[in-house]
Every structure is written in structure tokens, then in C-alpha cells.
Write a protein of this length. Structure first.
Length: 270
């Protein structure tokens, strides 16, 4: 039974994430032989198609968030959460493992590691760093606000900040970040990132820190936060940077009731 729950969980969360990834990666085909009189019409159609593709890419993560809110009040879904807890934790007690505290950042670390090895992604150091920080800012504000509003008790009884899962949201921010940077090179980078994020989410249940209803919206918030950052950043860049080189980046962050600053400096190699 335990194995069945693991398979079901992985299929639901990982499968939904991959569907969101595929929807985001599907491009719109356009003719390269358009004549000048139709250039304006072609541009308008391409913009409409791009907006439609963006909306479509939000449907699955939005559905994951919706599931979480429904599960807060639905007795059937609450019972499902209790059965999963009983199967994973109550009937099979075990020691907690802490790898999820580090695994949540692994897909983002992979972006910088791949670039360091010469496998270049979509954006340069400054732009990808700003996008990643912006993603985490959107995610952090959303997650912490919902935790403060909902005040759902954790399954282990310690704390009333279960909903949604911050670890899961952070992991899926990183997974979508990896997907966006390398989707034009190979889909396997994104698949690997989502596999790590899904593992992080499962470990939150394995460690009795979260209900399943906390994980689905955490994943959805993480994915949407990163998508929004990629859509918003070009406007931010035009307004504040104007293609000026910037080797040092400082940005505030708030996560897990901790306030601080992230400082990143890129050293040029001559």
C-alpha cells in the first residue's frame, strides 16, 4: 500500500508538472515568407497566439492551487490526507531525513553549474539571477501571506503554518527556472528539475511536515511565480538597466520568517 501511495503521488504531481512544462514549450508555427502588406496582421496574430499560450501554460498550476483550497474544506479530501499520513507515518514510523532542505535548491544550482561548464542557457548571469530572485520574491510573499491567513496545523502538530508548503514552492520555482533556461536545448533538463522538485514535495510528507493538500498548491505557486518573473522581467530590465553591465546584484528576500539580503557578484575573467 505504501508503494502504491508513492506511485500515485509521483504520478499526480510529477505528471501535472510535466503537462505544464509541455504546454509552455509548445511553440506556434508561423510562415517566414509573409509579405510586407501582411506584416502588421502577422505580428498581431503572433501576439495573440503568445498570449493564448501563456494562459494555457497557467491552467495546470492554477488547478493545483485550486485543489489545495478545495481540500481545506472538503471532508473527502481531508480523509485522503489522513489516510496518506497513516500509511506513510503512523503505520510505518521512521526517522526524518533533511535532504529536502537542500534538494529544493538543486534545480537552480544546476542552472549555474551548467553555465559554468559552458552549457549556456537562455539568459546571461545578470538576467537569470534577477529572474530567479524575482521568482522567489513573488513566491515568498504569496506563500507567507497564505500561511498567515489560513493557519493550518501541520500533521506533526507543531506549528500552524502548513498551507501551502514553502519547501515545495521553492523547489518548483527552481524546477521551472531550470526548464525555462534550457527548454530550447533539451526537455530533459526540465524533466530532471521537476523530478527533484517532486522528490522534495514527497519528502515533506515523508517527514510528516505537510499534508498532500499543502504540496499541490505549493507546486502551483512555484511554477506560476517563475513564469510571471520571466514575463515581467523584460519590462523591469528596460526601465532600470537599459543594457548596462551590472556585476553586483543585491536584493532583499523573505522566507521561513527570515528577512535578509542576497548579494551576488560576478567576477570577470580576462
Amino acid at each position: 500500500m505504501h508503494r502504491k501511495i508513492i506511485i500515485l503521488f509521483s504520478t499526480l504531481l510529477f505528471g501535472a508538472s510535466l503537462c505544464a512544462q509541455v504546454a509552455d514549450s509548445i511553440g506556434t508555427k508561423s510562415s517566414t515568407a509573409a509579405e510586407k502588406p501582411f506584416a502588421s496582421l502577422k505580428t498581431s496574430i503572433e501576439k495573440m497566439n503568445e498570449k493564448a499560450k501563456r494562459i494555457k501554460s497557467l491552467l495546470i498550476p492554477a488547478g493545483m492551487i485550486t485543489y489545495g483550497f478545495i481540500a481545506l474544506e472538503n471532508d473527502g479530501l481531508k480523509n485522503l490526507d489522513n489516510r496518506i499520513k497513516e500509511e506513510i507515518w503512523t503505520e510505518h514510523p521512521h526517522r526524518q531525513i533533511t535532504i529536502d532542505n537542500y534538494l529544493q535548491y538543486a534545480p537552480a544550482a544546476a542552472v549555474y553549474g551548467l553555465n559554468a561548464m559552458g552549457i549556456k542557457g537562455k539568459n546571461n548571469f545578470r538576467d537569470r539571477t534577477m529572474i530567479y530572485l524575482l521568482s522567489n520574491a513573488v513566491m515568498g510573499i504569496t506563500v507567507q501571506s497564505l500561511k498567515a491567513i489560513t493557519r493550518i496545523q501541520r500533521p506533526d502538530g507543531f506549528g500552524t503554518n502548513a498551507f501551502p508548503s514553502g519547501h515545495t514552492a521553492t523547489a518548483f520555482v527552481a524546477a521551472e527556472f531550470l526548464h525555462q533556461e534550457y527548454k530550447d536545448i533539451s526537455p530533459w533538463y526540465g524533466i530532471a528539475g521537476y523530478a527533484m522538485a517532486t522528490t522534495t514535495a514527497y519528502l515533506r510528507m515523508y517527514n510528516n511536515k505537510h499534508w498532500f493538500r499543502d504540496l499541490a498548491p505549493g507546486a502551483g505557486i512555484g511554477i506560476i511565480s517563475t513564469k510571471l518573473a520571466y514575463w515581467i522581467y523584460p519590462s523591469v530590465k528596460r526601465k532600470f538597466f537599459k543594457n548596462k553591465p551590472m556585476n553586483t546584484i543585491a536584493m532583499p528576500f523573505y522566507q521561513n520568517k527570515t528577512i535578509g539580503f542576497t548579494l551576488i557578484h560576478s567576477f570577470a575573467v580576462k
